[in-house]
Design a protein around this ligand. Structure first.
Ligand code: FMN
Length: 334
């Protein structure tokens, strides 16, 4: 990789999402916005240290600024994984303290770490001692019966003192008992005001708000109270909104005039992947949300879903799918 780590800017980011924000998905998101900070899927510290590194955490230089999200709770192991991540060229190393899934709980990481701020602080300190890029933490406002204000504020104080350079707060509690990870992203209510209060308590420490954000107008309103916003599902399910991020949030021109042009711009990336033996579907599965809500979007998705999975499927499938969307307004005008 070798490029200089970029300055930390928390203003707009796309959340770490397992199975979604893989390197192909991020390549597409990066085409839609030059400035959004991208996050990998969570990778466990053990996997980084002992696994197939290039496959797990390799990325294209074009994806900066990009953060590696780690899962784990062993300070020494996390420190080693952080150093490996920094050597790969990541601009930030983030520790996951927000994920409620069972697999993650058994390993004692993710949201259950909200109960162990001192252990998290040890992890952060060990990681920060190994790398020059920012070490940050992503957390919830609490878990289970915790009183959110107390839990969140104590957690924030502990990780900040340990050297965390920013805190990303998914503004709802995680319930570790009796809720699926999916329900956990929708059921406990969001509490944005608590995150604003946390920011007021830490005026010179970056606080990023995450959870339930769906459009850039709302994002801009939050940015009056916090340093940054992080979009998860909305960015993935409706990537077209990312085309407005550079003009609306960073006062710069959008990289492409529209989604059709962005899709065309993605073709060479996909073509290189196909040449390496990857399948079209590996890419198109991340494109289903494009054109969401537009006339013809259903036909677009249908073609991608049925044709892109075929052996030997090539770029013409994407053009045929996109043509479904283009045709609609013309038909309507007849
Ligand atoms: C499919 C999926 C996978 C996720 N994987 C992770 C993960 O690996 N690490 C993490 O910190 N959060 C993960 N999350 C949570 C998101 O990062 C984010 O905090 C959550 O979806 C709330 O933001 P949203 O309402 O904008 O989607 C995941 C969410 C989804 C939908």
């Amino acid at each position: 990789m070798g490029s200089m780590p970029q300055a930390y800017s928390a203003r707009f980011s796309i959340a770490p999402m397992m199975d979604w924000t893989d390197r192909r998905c991020r390549a597409f998101h990066r085409l839609l916005t030059r400035h959004a900070r991208l996050y990998t899927e969570m990778v466990t510290a053990d996997a980084v240290v002992f696994g197939a590194r290039e496959r797990l955490i390799g990325f294209d230089d074009a994806q900066h600024p990009i953060a590696l999200q780690l899962g784990g709770s062993d300070p020494a192991r996390l420190a080693e994984a952080a150093r490996i991540g920094a050597d790969f060229g990541y601009d930030e190393i983030n520790l996951n303290c927000g994920c409620p899934s069972d697999r993650v709980r058994s390993g004692r990481f993710g949201a259950c770490l909200m109960r162990a701020p001192h252990l998290v602080a040890e992890c952060v300190a060990a990681m920060a001692a190994q790398v020059e890029v920012p070490v940050t933490v992503k957390c919830r406002i609490g878990v289970d019966e915790q009183e959110p204000r107390q839990a969140l504020f104590a957690f924030a104080t502990a990780v900040r003192a340990a050297g965390a350079r920013a805190l990303i707060v998914h503004a709802r509690k995680a319930w570790l008992e009796g809720l699926s990870p999916k329900d956990n992203r929708a059921i406990p209510p969001l509490d944005y005001l608590l995150v604003y209060e946390l920011k007021a308590a830490h005026p010179d420490w970056p606080i990023v708000l995450n959870g339930g954000l769906g459009d850039l107008e709302a994002a801009k309103a939050h940015l009056a109270h916090v340093d940054g916003v992080m979009f998860g599902r909305a960015a993935y399910q409706n990537p077209e909104l990312l085309l407005d991020v550079d003009p609306e949030i960073f006062n710069e021109r959008a990289p492409f005039a529209d989604s059709f042009a962005a899709l065309e711009g993605f073709m060479p990336v996909i073509a290189r992947g196909l040449q390496r033996g990857e399948r079209l579907h590996d890419y198109t599965r991340h494109l289903h949300g494009l054109f969401a809500g537009r006339p013809g979007a259903r036909g677009y998705r249908r073609i991608l879903a049925s044709e892109a999975v075929r052996r030997g499927a090539a770029l013409d499938v994407i053009r045929a799918a996109a043509a479904e969307v283009r045709r609609e307004p013309a038909l309507a005008a007849e």
